[in-house]
Write a protein that binds this ligand. Structure first.
Ligand SMILES: [Zn+2]
Length: 72
């Protein structure tokens, strides 16, 4: 990973190109963190993928919206 001090539960960090504020802590967000989702239970008829990601505020870790292009 590019940031040696990064918490291992964080998959990546992205920088916002324009100012935004977190809906929960109301702080200005400059970076969003990507946290990996690992599927632990699933209905056998489900077509959902084994993995996913959520984007969280770098201050309070509230889940915020976003999307990632070119997923794995
Ligand atoms: Zn926040």
């Amino acid at each position: 990973m590019e940031e040696p001090r990064m918490d291992e539960s964080i998959e990546a960090e992205y920088t916002l190109e324009a100012a935004a504020s977190c809906p929960r802590c109301e702080k200005k967000i400059e970076t969003l963190l990507v946290v990996r989702l690992l599927r632990t239970r699933v209905n056998f008829t489900s077509a959902l993928p084994r993995r996913g990601q959520v984007m969280v505020c770098s201050h309070c870790r509230a889940i915020v919206g976003g999307s990632l292009g070119g997923l794995i």
